[in-house]
Design a binder for this molecule. Structure first.
Ligand code: AHR
Length: 499
């Protein structure tokens, strides 16, 4: 069997993790809201129509922040349609996903739900069909104490206390020609600067996110980041990155697919370089941080979605059913965000319920947790604290798209007397791994669980919800460190008690 050593040193820190890297995303798209989190006729619905079982599954994930209401949806959204008496709210054509939006859920309902699951809102404003005036009006409606037309309207609509939304996205994927109100980098950079300026005039503490590229393969990638930042560097706080992967990125080569977190890592590195280059050019002391506010695997539903009839309410769009290998890739993507926590301060797994999501629901029925739920769950629950640098001395492999990829992919997070390690063996060989911790003594192994399946295409379903789920594994504490066998293609969740 191959051997490997993973070395941590409690003094070698990457940085303190901002909890918001474990954020997620809910868009008015498909069944994310309607028959996802909200289904008034469901036997488990609460007084406000939200499913208690779904809320509980979300609560378990300890999602710190949820991006809302889109996505592409936001670029055509009139937020006023979603406030006031529900029976008076209009139905609207929703052009991003070609559906009908009933507006039964709007900012009030969503904010109440977020409070009930313990999450903050990351609000996106419409810079597509609308603009900066709409953004400042929405901000005043949501966050101003009272005594102005819009804040008083909020109070009359039943919410005395402001929503207190701190993070605001300045539009969505404005580089994409599919986006309603798509713009050039210069046009968008100017608009982002002016919109952010208005929000900061109302509240100096607001944090704003400018749109970066929709993915690393965009033809305007890098030019977009440079030009947008040239225009808005001084007045925004974060630049966004979005990225979804599928085997189609690597000509369906399985080994290359499992290596795609390296592509994500390079994306982050390149965007950091551009941010710092623009900052240096401007002689600025300020650092722009990153908001990786859409990331996931997305490809399973592409074909089936082509057959969906347009102009329905909440059709089953983007309902990817994730298999075991997707969870392996997702774990390495999560590791990448942890290992880049010095610059990535916000990240949103896109999305949360039904739409490319870790949680799937059946209208009127139950729910199940997808394979990708588990790496996200473990990282979010146990990965709070300081990320430590990992030295990996282990096997590498070559595949169609990459050479010299590390078979082991790992992150380590110290939280007081606990070190949480998410260890992925994405290589083709079982490996005998020793995890060594310098600067502290490993007293015991609190937990060692493994996500593994003999069939890389295995999935969970309503009938078989635990087909791919973590199970207890074993790790021994030895003189050199904690020793375990990481089978080929497996994800280990290891919690070590330190002294
Ligand atoms: O998350 C699904 C979609 O992916 C979002 O609406 C959009 O921003 C991205 O292209």
């Amino acid at each position: 069997m191959k051997k490997a050593r993973i070395g941590f040193d409690v003094g070698r820190k990457i940085g303190k993790i901002d909890d918001r890297i474990y954020g997620s995303f809910i868009e008015h798209l498909g069944r994310a809201v309607y028959t996802g989190i909200y289904e008034p006729k469901h036997p488990q619905a609460d007084k406000k129509g939200f499913r208690k079982d779904v809320a509980e599954a979300v609560r378990q994930l300890r999602v710190p922040i949820i991006r809302y209401p889109g996505g592409n949806f936001v670029s055509g959204y009139n937020w006023e349609d979603g406030v006031g008496p529900v029976e008076k709210r209009p139905r609207r054509l929703e052009l991003a996903w070609r559906t009908v939006e009933p507006n039964e859920v709007g900012i009030h309902e969503f904010a109440d739900w977020c409070e009930s699951v313990g999450s903050d809102i990351m609000m996106a404003v419409n810079l597509g069909t609308r603009g900066m005036d709409d953004a400042r009006r929405l901000y005043e409606y949501c966050n101003f104490e009272g005594g102005t037309a819009l804040s008083d309207l909020r109070i009359r609509n039943g919410r005395k206390k402001p929503f207190g939304i701190k993070v605001w996205c300045l539009g969505n994927e404005m580089d994409g020609e599919w986006q309603m109100g798509h713009k050039t980098a210069y046009e968008y950079g100017r608009l982002a600067a002016e919109t952010s300026k208005l929000l900061k005039l109302i509240d100096r503490d607001v944090e704003t996110v400018a749109c970066g590229s929709s993915n690393r393969d965009m033809p305007t990638y890098k030019h977009w980041e440079r030009e947008v930042l040239e225009q808005c560097y001084d007045v925004v706080d974060y630049l966004s990155l979005h990225q979804y992967y599928g085997p189609n990125h690597v000509d369906n080569d399985h080994r290359s697919y499992l290596t795609l977190a390296d592509n994500m890592d390079a994306f982050i590195r390149e965007v950091v370089e551009i941010c710092d280059e623009v900052g240096a050019k401007k002689h600025s002391d300020k650092k722009i941080h990153l908001s990786f506010d859409e990331w996931n695997v997305w490809y399973h539903s592409n074909e089936q979605d082509k057959a969906i009839r347009p102009w329905q309410i909440a059709p089953p769009q983007l309902e990817d059913i994730y298999n075991f290998e997707d969870a392996v890739l997702l774990a390495t993507m999560m590791n990448t965000l942890i290992n880049r926590c010095d610059r990535v301060k916000i990240a949103c797994l896109a999305q949360l319920v039904n739409v490319i999501a870790p949680i799937m629901t059946q209208p009127g029925g139950g729910l199940f947790r997808q394979t990708i739920y588990y790496p996200y769950y473990y990282a979010s629950v146990y990965g709070r604290g300081e990320a430590l640098r990992a030295e990996i001395d282990g096997p590498t492999y070559d595949c169609a798209r990459f050479t010299g990829a590390q078979a082991l992919h790992v992150s380590g997070v110290r939280n007081g007397n606990e070190l949480f390690v998410m260890l992925v063996n994405r290589g083709g060989e079982d490996t005998d791994v020793t995890i060594a911790v310098d600067g502290a003594t490993v007293v015991s192994v609190t937990e060692c669980s493994v996500l593994q399946h003999t069939d890389r295409l295995a999935v969970n379903s309503f009938e078989n919800p635990d087909c791919v789920a973590p199970r207890a594994s074993s790790a021994k504490t030895e003189k050199e460190g904690v020793r375990l066998v990481a089978p080929s293609e497996s994800v280990h969740f290891v919690r070590l008690a330190l002294r």
